[in-house]
Design a protein around this ligand. Structure first.
Ligand code: ATP
Ligand code: MG
Ligand code: MG
Ligand code: MG
Length: 482
């Protein structure tokens, strides 16, 4: 019997506990106190101040599982989600940290021990990448990591990688350092014999995937671009739980694991359609739904409601994306996503009880959003279909993209997806221009700046969401259609 996701997560935490780590809770997925970040996108976010040296950690060895969302800013995986089988919007990042304590030797040895001894992943399926250096940027090669890997892996399975994948920096200046990534080749043996795994690393191959990244923070980059060694060196690692579970459960897709299967099965029941795991729009829709409902549940549970601005609009876009897939490819005409909320609650009831505890509240929010969007979605789709029939070029004009946005509530990325499915592109510049013109019109109509408090309650949970609005007239117009 393969291990369950619950057991796999627990074994990770127990392993690092046995190596002297304190297990800490995940920080919220919604970031409230950092103007540079809307959502937590990596395990290290909550420890940023330790690396910057502005706060002293209480413990020098820490491990956890962190709720992450990668749909905006530096890490935006939204386009891949559903199309591939291993990038999610919301995922759990397992991590271990050393704040000025152990460094490369132990981090690499323990990663190896956990993967091959505890989880018993066959050694010959694993690869490591190390930083090859970058002369133009005055960054040295990571010989130390290479040397430590040689204790565990033959030289032909340790690859040198470029800055893009193997060097981490917080910003243009500040703490930074090389990283070493662990990749796994899950292909069947005959395929592995035909083509060496190392040629497929970082090539978007669905079965040769990155599972763990170990970052070694050892430099401080100064304003003039030069590096100085940090007095305290740190380790920051991240491993995607869903990918690990898929490997250990012997599946070809993260969606076939026990983290997603209950959602896939529930969607089959709700739609009367069978999921075949393929690349059809129908199969992609199942994956999009199973993925997006998790993102919606976790962000709403942590206090972010869908709205028209900022983080709230990110959530609304995710929701509308899921609604559109279910409408166009699964023939869903009534709100449906909200019915999956208890399934998410159940999957995470012990590790993240916040979803189950607020289940009825979250379902209510999602139901209302779905109902609103379904009102305009159909007419919007008819509008765009009519255009496809008569179009002289294979481009959606900016003005039409704007109309879909303004009148039917289609976020631009949604229009982009619908267009791509029919082999069309979108005149993005024209869309931006139409958007600017609209903004200018509203600015002239009213220069008033208002704050709008939304108070929602399901009797048990009280939540107060805040929306900052630039103009009242724009808001009123928008409200009518959303
Ligand atoms: P990839 O190259 O596959 O996009 P990454 O290099 O962007 O991954 P890191 O920032 O190194 O990812 O994050 C650490 C780990 O988190 C990865 O090794 C992977 O296991 C996991 N991970 C990253 N992005 C996602 C995602 N969108 N969904 C699920 N797991 C992810
Ligand atoms: Mg990535
Ligand atoms: Mg990568
Ligand atoms: Mg990586």
């Amino acid at each position: 019997m393969p291990l369950t996701a619950r057991e796999i997560r627990q074994q990770f935490l127990d392993f690092f506990k046995s190596k002297g780590h304190i297990i800490v809770p995940s920080s919220p997925i919604v970031v409230k106190n950092d103007p540079t970040l809307l959502f937590t996108n990596a395990g290290m976010n909550q420890f940023k101040d330790f690396f910057l040296g502005t706060q002293i950690p209480q413990h020098r060895r820490v491990a956890d599982t962190q709720k992450c969302l990668r749909v905006s800013g530096k890490h935006n995986d939204l386009e891949e989600v559903g199309k591939d089988t291993y990038h999610h919007t919301m995922f759990e990042m397992l991590g271990n940290w050393s704040f000025g304590d152990y460094f490369k030797e132990e981090a690499i040895a323990w990663a190896w021990e956990l993967l091959t001894r505890v989880y018993q992943i066959p050694e010959d399926r694993l690869y490591a990448t190390v930083f090859e250096g970058d002369a133009a940027e005055q960054l040295p090669e990571d010989e130390e990591a290479y040397h430590h890997w040689l204790k565990w892996l033959p030289a032909d399975r340790i690859l040198k990688g470029r800055k893009k994948d193997n060097f981490w920096e917080m910003g243009d200046t500040g703490p930074c350092g090389p990283c070493t990534e662990i990749h796994i080749d899950c292909r069947p043996d005959d395929q592995r014999r035909q083509r060496a795994g190392h040629t497929l690393i970082n090539q978007n191959h669905p079965e040769v995937i990155e599972i763990w990244n170990l970052v070694f923070i050892q430099y401080n980059r100064l304003k003039d671009g030069s590096l100085e060694p940090l007095p305290a060196r740190h380790v920051d690692t991240g491993m995607g739980l869903e990918r690990l579970v898929r490997v250990l459960q012997g599946k070809q897709s993260n969606y076939d694991t026990d983290l997603f299967q209950p959602l896939i099965l529930a969607t089959e029941e709700l739609t009367g359609i069978r999921y075949d795991g393929g690349q059809s729009y129908q199969a992609i829709s199942f994956r999009v739904i199973a993925d997006h409902i998790r993102a919606l549940c976790f962000t709403i549970a942590d206090g972010q409601l869908p709205s028209n601005t900022g983080a709230g609009y990110v959530i609304r876009r995710i929701l509308r994306r899921a609604v559109r897939y279910s409408y166009s490819h699964l023939s869903i005409r009534e709100p449906m996503l909200y019915r999956l909320v208890p399934v998410v609650g159940e999957i995470f009831h012990d590790v993240f009880p916040e979803v189950q505890q607020q289940s009825s509240f979250i379902a209510k929010i999602i139901f209302e959003e779905e109902q609103h969007f379904l009102k305009t979605l159909e007419t919007g789709i008819q509008r765009i279909e009519a255009y496809f029939e008569t179009a002289a070029t294979r481009e959606i004009p900016g003005q039409l993209a704007f109309e879909l946005f303004d009148t039917y509530g289609f976020p631009i990325d949604l229009t982009r997806i619908i267009a791509a499915e029919r082999g069309f592109s979108v005149d993005e510049a024209g869309f931006q221009q139409a958007l600017e013109m609209q903004k200018n019109r509203s600015r002239q109509a009213t220069a008033l700046e208002v704050g709008d408090w939304t108070i929602l309650s399901d009797g048990l949970t009280r939540f107060v969401g805040y929306e900052q609005l630039r103009t009242t007239s724009r808001m009123l117009r928008y409200r009518q259609v959303t």
